[in-house]
Ligand binder design. Structure first.
Ligand code: AGP
Length: 609
């Protein structure tokens, strides 16, 4: 939800640190700030608004060199997104600076106690409470003061701490909010996420739950919250810088839409070798998988839509009962998963608070937990019994695209792996499905080639007041996902609905000012979709049909059409529908001059509830 960046080393230009923070801007961008020390003096500058404004205000100071620094870009949780509430926060006494990502659930109680000790507060933020709490424990060791303070905190927090009394140390804390350390020749870089350190560091240290790191010029010390000294484990950074750049595309989102054929091919190359599905790295035995009675899948947002698509496919091919729910609902339900159940958590970032909480609940109830995740070092992966890595690469655009279709193809492959073990899919049919799955990257490229045509269609629909996305069966979740893509980057109200529900209310919405996107590939529900379209046409709805080429029945009723290749196994069509609707959403948003990569009020990773 926020981005932390920091540095401890011999010296580095402030401009390099600001660029590092900029690579975290997708995590939150309503205010930002920096505190830095250059062996003589401290500089502290904070701003409301984006990092570009902070850069302008810093001016020539960007060329100055510093040995210690903490930087922060914020997505407001407590306190308005104004300069006063921007990080870093300085303690009332003892001049201790704190940057924070997360939510302190007991901050009001702590604030009351600190006020009784004479501490004054300038803001309503929970982060300022952390700064004063550390100060209240400070004697002559900043790491000891931090260790005492974090024991009093409840909630999720990643912290960076810098004391004016010990300016040659940066203290970092991780608890239910991501934090890592890039190890470079010029020193150590603290960051909330890997893309920020990729251009700078060759190795990375992922802080684990309840760990405190003390960064000094040439060394890092690592402790548990209880004060136990821990071994520092460095891992090689595999991802190259160019992967995290726009590569000539106008937006990260467009680059990531176009990367889908490649990353889906990468997924096939990892998990499907010579038509053999390969999940050998799974730490779930074949005996356990064979005995699974129920599957529960939870996720948020786009990942939830991937879960929903998987439900249809899993039930059809494995004959196992599958329940899906959003993580934010599942975690509070009075509902227990049983020991023999498989609990799947899907997440691009692996840091979504609700999904982490849902996973923890399932683990407490002794279910086996499998995560499907795009970040190997993430909390979700660390907390799971086993995980399937989606090789989508860094996804910078807040609107998820390549992570979604990579989740889907990995779920399709896992499902067929499970069906093979349970012997619920005939060998010949499995071979045909896998053969078609292998062609999906090629089919996606055919849709990407329609980008100009889709942009022209988008132009005609951009002024519509609201959108209804309709689908049936496995493409009902495609309708949900199409609606989410459009609304989150264009801000046009959009709703996904099961087409069969139209008569139960939504058809009242239909008139000439409503756009209706109907997902109607030639599958067993096609005729039903055709009737839905006729009902909409009769009420003057503006129809955009997502159909197969040479469609005769629906085309006459549609105002516009986007064609997706016809598959022998139309249950794979969500992998194609997604690309068409991503391009539609992107083009509509572009027509409206929207922000696209960093939509208002959103953040890439929702690490707080
Ligand atoms: C997707 O376009 C959204 N940005 C959002 O719904 C996202 O899918 C959701 O927050 C889940 O994130 P995760 O996959 O990192 O858990």
């Amino acid at each position: 939800m926020c981005g932390i960046f920091g540095y401890k080393g011999k010296e580095v230009k402030l401009s390099c640190l600001i660029e590092g923070l900029k690579r975290l801007e997708y995590r939150g961008y309503d205010s930002c700030g920096v505190v830095s020390y250059n062996l003589e003096k401290f500089l502290c500058q904070k701003n409301s608004g984006k990092i570009q404004k902070l850069k302008k205000d810093l001016g020539a100071k960007l060329n100055d060199k510093y040995s210690s620094a903490l930087l922060h870009t914020r997505w407001a949780t407590h306190g308005k997104p104004v300069k006063l509430n921007a990080h870093p926060h300085k303690s009332f006494k003892k001049n201790i600076y704190v940057v924070h990502n997360g939510i302190i659930e007991n901050h009001l109680d702590l604030k009351k106690k600190l006020k009784k000790k004479g501490y004054k507060f300038k803001t309503d933020t929970d982060s300022e409470v952390v700064a004063n709490l550390i100060a209240s424990f400070y004697k002559n060791s900043i790491e000891k003061a931090v260790a005492s303070a974090v024991k009093k905190l409840k909630g999720a927090f990643a912290l960076g701490v810098l004391s004016e009394s010990e300016p040659d140390k940066i203290v970092a804390v991780r608890h239910r909010s991501p934090l890592l350390i890039g190890v470079a020749d010029k020193g150590f870089f603290l960051a909330s996420d890997l893309p920020a350190v990729i251009p700078l560091a060759k190795e990375v240290i992922y802080l684990k739950e309840k760990q405190i790191a003390v960064l000094e010029e040439n060394k890092i010390k690592l402790y548990s919250f209880e004060g136990k000294k821990l071994r520092v484990k460095k891992e090689k950074i595999e991802i190259k810088t160019e992967e995290a750049k726009k590569k000539g595309f106008k937006h990260f989102m467009l680059k990531e839409i176009y990367e889908q054929p490649k990353v889906l091919q990468d997924s096939l190359d990892i998990y499907l070798k010579d038509s053999k599905i390969n999940f050998d790295q799974l730490k779930l035995t074949k005996k356990y998988l064979k005995g699974i009675k129920n599957i529960f899948i939870t996720a948020c947002g786009t990942a939830f839509h991937a879960a929903y698509v998987a439900k249809y496919f899993l039930e059809r091919h494995t004959k196992i009962k599958v329940e899906v729910d959003t993580s934010s609902e599942f975690r509070y339900r009075d509902f227990n998963v049983s020991k023999g159940d498989l609990f799947i958590a899907i997440s691009q970032s692996g840091e979504t608070a609700d999904t982490l909480a849902a996973l923890k609940k399932a683990k407490q109830q002794k279910a086996k937990v499998l995560s499907i995740c795009n970040v190997i070092g993430s909390s979700l992966v660390r907390e799971s019994d086993s995980f399937i890595y989606t090789p989508a690469g860094p996804e910078i655009g807040v609107a998820s695209t390549k992570a979604y279709t990579t989740q889907l193809i990995c779920l399709y492959l896992f499902c067929l792996h499970l069906a093979t073990i349970k012997n619920t899919v005939p060998k010949e049919e499995r071979k045909k499905i896998l053969k078609e799955l292998s062609k999906i990257p090629f089919y996606q490229r055919k849709i990407l080639k329609q980008n100009k045509k889709i942009a022209a269609i988008a132009k005609k629909f951009s002024k519509m007041g609201c959108f209804l996305f309709l689908g049936r069966g496995i493409n009902f979740p495609s309708a949900l996902e199409g609606a989410l893509k459009l609304k989150e980057i264009s801000y046009i109200p959009a709703e996904g609905y099961p087409a069969g529900e139209m008569k139960h209310g939504p058809i009242a919405l239909i008139d000439e000012y409503r756009a209706v996107v109907c997902i109607a590939p030639k599958d067993h529900l096609y005729e039903k979709m055709a009737s839905n379209l006729q009902e909409i046409k009769a009420r003057k709805g503006k129809i955009l049909a997502i159909i197969n080429p040479a469609d005769k029945e629906i085309l006459p009723f549609a105002d516009q059409a986007i064609y997706i290749p016809r598959l022998n196994y139309q249950e794979l069509s969500p992998l194609l529908v997604a690309v068409a609707l991503q391009l539609l959403a992107y083009s509509v948003a572009r027509n409206l001059g929207a922000e696209i990569d960093q939509p208002r009020n959103l953040a890439k990773s929702v690490t707080v509830e």
